[in-house]
Write a protein of this length. Structure first.
Length: 344
């Protein structure tokens, strides 16, 4: 990775240039950066798919966006193919993912199509800034979509495995929907935060074996008085250990949402899905039409961002990506162009 000067961007008729306010660092970027996963566009490529910013140039059909603050969806579907027409926009094969299908947001400016852009209403509520909202593009919207698909309600008991940069938002979304929430992590500080932001029970996987986790969840379930059938479990750690824990917690009629990405495989007995009549499902991001609702939860204060993010200068990108790769960054890191150091 290196810092480069690139030519000015010129938007096509249905494109805009977004001046990046902030771009979150995702584990998918780590997989791209360190070679586990190839980007769909050939290298060299600017990574980053968790973008917020302001439209500073617009093509001839995109004038209405000029000057507006936006969140750029991490997955931008074409809108017309059979998958899009069938309501499965996230698997659109003509999709554009910034930082994968083309240059992304670890930059001062990024060129994106207008379709799917999420307008940010202004002024923002106090305590929120446009760069903070970059995490809505993926770290908030992806768990939001995973939880939406599970049809989570107030009678459910939810287990969020991994209460870090994504799971911290998962905990808050599930709690805002009225569910009883269990958060599992290996980091005490993350667990304390999860407890303050909606988790009714936090469990430390560093000191508790699967058997102990299961017993604690079962007791919590009983005491919660919730009548939902089957746990709703969401793997948000993006680690093989977290995936094993999430799968191991399946009970009768359980639902497993796979949100985190880990490149290493794990060994599981898939037949547990059959024996428990359970469901496992993944989601590749979130369809653009769900972004306004996810953003609204943030604007309404149902999802707090500040305690779960940290801002860094874009110039620090190589060091920050390495730290994220080592799982030594507790919060979601946001890279912010145009300033040397700002930490929160
Ligand atoms: Zn991502
Ligand atoms: Zn499509």
């Amino acid at each position: 990775m290196k810092l480069c000067d690139l030519p000015r961007l010129d938007p096509g008729s249905d494109e805009v240039v977004v001046e990046v306010a902030g771009c979150g660092v995702c584990h998918t970027d780590i997989a791209f950066a360190y070679g586990d996963v190839p980007t769909r566009h050939a290298l060299p490529l600017i990574l980053g798919h968790e973008i917020s910013g302001r439209v500073v140039a617009a093509g001839e059909n995109a004038g209405a966006w000029l000057g507006r603050s936006v969140i750029v969806p991490a997955v931008i579907p074409c809108g017309v193919c059979p998958a899009c027409q069938a309501g499965r926009a996230t698997i659109c094969r003509q999709q554009f993912m910034p930082g994968n299908d083309g240059n992304g947001g670890f930059a001062t400016h990024v060129l994106v199509p207008t379709r799917g852009l999420c307008a940010v209403p202004e002024p923002l509520p106090s305590g929120l800034t446009l760069e903070m909202l970059s995490v809505v593009a993926d770290a908030v919207s992806t768990p939001y979509e995973a939880i939406r698909r599970s049809q989570l309600g107030a009678e459910d008991v939810v287990v969020i495995v991994g209460a870090g940069g994504v799971g911290g938002f998962g905990v808050q979304i599930a709690a805002a929907l009225g569910a009883a929430v269990v958060a599992i992590d290996r980091d005490r500080e993350r667990l304390d935060l999860a407890a303050r932001y909606g988790a009714g029970l936090v469990l430390d996987a560093a000191s508790t074996e699967l058997k102990g986790l299961k017993a604690a969840v079962r007791t919590f379930l009983k005491e919660s008085g919730r009548k939902g059938i089957g746990l709703k479990i969401f793997e948000m750690s993006g680690t093989p250990a977290g995936q094993a824990t999430a799968f191991g917690l399946l009970d009768y009629g359980a639902y497993l949402g796979v949100v985190g990405f880990a490149s290493k495989p794990i060994e599981i007995r898939l037949s547990n899905l059959m024996a428990l009549d359970a469901t496992a499902r993944g989601n590749w991001g979130c369809p653009p039409d769900q972004y306004p609702a996810a953003l609204q939860m943030v604007l309404a204060g149902k999802i707090a961002l500040a305690p779960f993010i940290e801002l860094h200068a874009l110039e620090e990108a190589p060091a920050i990506l390495e730290a994220v790769a080592k799982h030594s960054v507790r919060r979601r890191a946001i890279l912010k162009p145009g300033q040397r150091k700002e930490k929160q």
